[in-house]
Design a protein around this ligand. Structure first.
Ligand code: 5GP
Length: 328
């Protein structure tokens, strides 16, 4: 456990508003009732809730981040939490939101400013999410994202495709535009069984995929995935909490480990699911017999899955190697 806490870690799949801790929500003005509603879910058994119910929880955090100042503070708090968990490199993702007192551009600028103002020893990059459930506005949202990437290329590195998987669909042309503009692409994929969409996503060959829960439910899809060898962003607690995976023991991660496929461990929504990246590493050791050396190796490999610059990757490699020298 101590090893997991102190290892310099890399987090590649963290949604800003789902990562807000109860303390941060309190600082952002949420009432105790709202916070206990937010925390209630993580305590329920997987069989007692659905993925749809999980999605309702984000409203609590969204209500607390409706203006540029609150978005700025929320970003700052989340970065601090990851820093305190010894995360050395963080790719934070968030959906640019339009509110009565805030445009999507202002939303993005607040997040970028908080990242730029961060004076901690942590590298933070931003991925902007397309919410698939807001399907009327996806084109417009992508245009805003591409425009903002041109303004802040040192911070904004990629696009993500997320939101309620029961709504909307994957549009390869839209994400090709992002790719053409120099953005990396990571897509939520196979969170629910939807073979047609999963096939389209795999054919697009995103740089990474999130969850991948149902890739194994169909031989054809699994073979397609094996041909791509795309790194998986694996979120153990989130998958079990949302009930898409029955238990930790039965989690699909075991197939990635068994077949030496590329994966990295992530928190997804550490606030909503009451986890930390260190805890995710501990779970992987508990259920899949990973050893500290396996976690160190996984972290080293994860560096190559990041959307960081070559210079930053070299820096992270040195950080990790130095840490090993000092601690073993
Ligand atoms: P935000 O983008 O507002 O910073 O973070 C919360 C949002 O991330 C949610 O409203 C949802 O669109 C997306 N999100 C968070 N967790 C998940 C997840 O496990 N699956 C999917 N598909 N989307 C998620």
């Amino acid at each position: 456990e101590q090893f997991c806490n102190f290892l310099p870690k890399i987090e590649l799949h963290a949604h800003l508003n789902g990562s807000l801790s109860a303390t941060s929500l309190q600082k952002l003005g949420c009432s105790n009732e709202e916070i206990s509603e937010y925390q209630k879910l993580a305590e329920l058994q997987a069989t007692e809730k659905t993925l749809n119910e999980c999605f309702k929880l984000f409203k609590v955090a969204h209500n607390a981040t409706k203006n540029p100042q609150a978005v700025y503070l929320a970003t700052k708090y989340v970065i601090e939490d990851f820093y305190n968990d010894n995360v050395a490199y963080l790719e934070l993702r968030t959906t640019p939101r339009e509110e009565e007192n805030m445009s999507r551009v202002e939303y993005i600028e607040s997040v970028v400013k908080a990242i730029e103002d961060c004076d901690k020893k942590i590298i933070v990059k931003l991925l902007l999410s397309i919410d698939r459930s807001n399907n009327l506005k996806v084109e417009e949202n992508m245009e805003v994202i591409i425009k903002m990437k041109e303004k802040y290329p040192h911070v904004i590195k990629g696009v993500d495709f997320s939101g309620n998987p029961y709504v909307g669909g994957f549009n390869p042309k839209l994400f090709q535009k992002a790719r053409d503009s120099g953005l990396f692409v990571t897509l939520h994929c196979a969170e629910i069984k939807n073979d047609k969409e999963v096939e389209e996503i795999l054919k697009f060959r995103p740089d990474r995929i999130g969850h991948g829960t149902f890739l194994l439910s169909n031989d054809h899809i699994w073979k397609l995935y094996l041909d791509t060898n795309i790194p998986l962003e694996c979120c153990l607690t989130s998958n079990v909490a949302c009930g898409t995976t029955k238990s930790y023991k039965e989690h699909h991660l075991q197939e990635w480990i068994k077949n030496s496929l590329p994966f990295t461990l992530c928190t997804d929504d550490k606030g909503v699911f009451g986890t930390t990246l260190s805890k995710e590493l501990v779970l992987a050791c508990q259920y899949f017999s990973l050893k500290p050396t396996d976690l160190w190796d996984m972290t080293l490999k994860t560096i190559s899955y990041t959307f960081a610059s070559d210079e930053e990757k070299t820096f992270l490699t040195t950080t990790l190697q130095d840490w090993k020298m000092k601690n073993h």
